[in-house]
Design a protein around this ligand. Structure first.
Ligand code: GRF
Length: 201
C-alpha cells in the first residue's frame, strides 16, 4: 500500500517506519516536511525515499497549503498518511480527504493533554502514569478515535527529558505496527469507530 509520512523535524518515528518497512504492508512513497533542512529529510533520502518540502510560509492560507499537500499526495496515489511529528494544524478539507486513512501519534494518554508540552503537564499534574496514543485523525486536534495506547509509570526522579525518551522508545515500537494494520486493512474506521479485523475495539 502506497503511504506518505508527514514530518516537521527529527523524524525518529519516520526512521522506525522505514526500518520496519521490509516486513510491512506499506510502501513509503513520499515524505513531506513543512520545514526545510530537517533531519527527517536526510533520513528519508538515505533510505532512497522521495522527499518534498512544502514551506507553509510560502502559502497565503492553511487551505492553500493543505490543497498543495493533497495534490502532491494524490499525484503519488498515496492511500494512507502517517503524521510523525508534523507540527501544523490541518484543515477540515484535508482531514476529510484522508478520513479513515490518516494516523497521528501523540505523546500523552489522550484525552489527557492534547496539544504541546505534554510531559511537562503530566509532571506538573503529579500523574502516576503517562504514555502515548495512536489515533485516527479527524478535524479535532488530537481528538480522533484512539486505536492504541502505551503507558509508562512516572517515577519520582522522572523529568521532561526522561519521559520524552521513554515515550519515544515506545513510539518506535508501536507506530510501525499500527501503520501496518491500517495499510493491510486490518484496521478500519466506520462511523467514527475503530474496528480491528472487522470487530469493534
Ligand atoms: C513524537 O513525540 C510524537 O509523539 C509527536 O512528535 C514527536 C515526533 O518525534 N507527535 P520524531 O520527529 O518522530 O522524532
Amino acid at each position: 500500500t502506497p503511504i506518505a509520512v508527514l514530518i516537521s523535524g527529527n523524524g525518529s518515528n519516520l526512521q522506525a517506519l522505514i526500518d520496519a518497512q521490509p516486513h510491512s504492508h506499506y510502501d513509503i512513497q513520499l515524505v513531506i516536511s513543512n520545514r526545510p533542512n530537517v533531519k527527517g529529510l536526510d533520513r528519508a533520502k538515505s533510505a532512497g525515499i522521495e522527499t518534498l518540502v512544502l514551506d507553509h510560509k510560502a502559502y497565503d492560507s492553511r487551505e492553500a497549503f493543505d490543497l498543495a499537500m493533497i495534490d502532491a499526495l494524490d499525484a503519488k496515489q498515496v492511500q494512507v498518511v502517517i503524521l510523525a511529528g508534523f507540527m501544523r494544524i490541518l484543515t477540515s478539507a484535508f482531514t476529510h480527504h484522508f478520513l479513515g486513512r490518516m494516523l497521528n501519534i501523540h505523546p500523552s494518554l489522550l484525552p489527557k493533554y492534547p496539544g504541546l508540552d505534554t510531559h511537562q503537564r503530566a509532571l506538573e499534574a503529579g500523574d502516576s502514569e503517562h504514555g502515548l496514543s495512536i489515533h485516527f485523525v479527524t478535524a479535532e486536534l488530537d481528538g480522533g478515535p484512539v486505536i492504541l495506547q502505551a503507558k509508562v509509570t512516572i517515577e519520582q526522579n522522572d523529568s521532561v527529558e526522561t519521559l520524552r525518551q521513554k515515550i519515544h522508545t515506545l513510539e518506535h515500537q508501536t507506530y510501525p505496527l499500527v501503520a501496518d494494520w491500517l495499510a493491510s486493512g486490518t484496521l478500519t474506521l466506520e462511523d467514527n469507530k475503530v474496528r480491528f479485523k472487522g470487530e469493534l475495539l
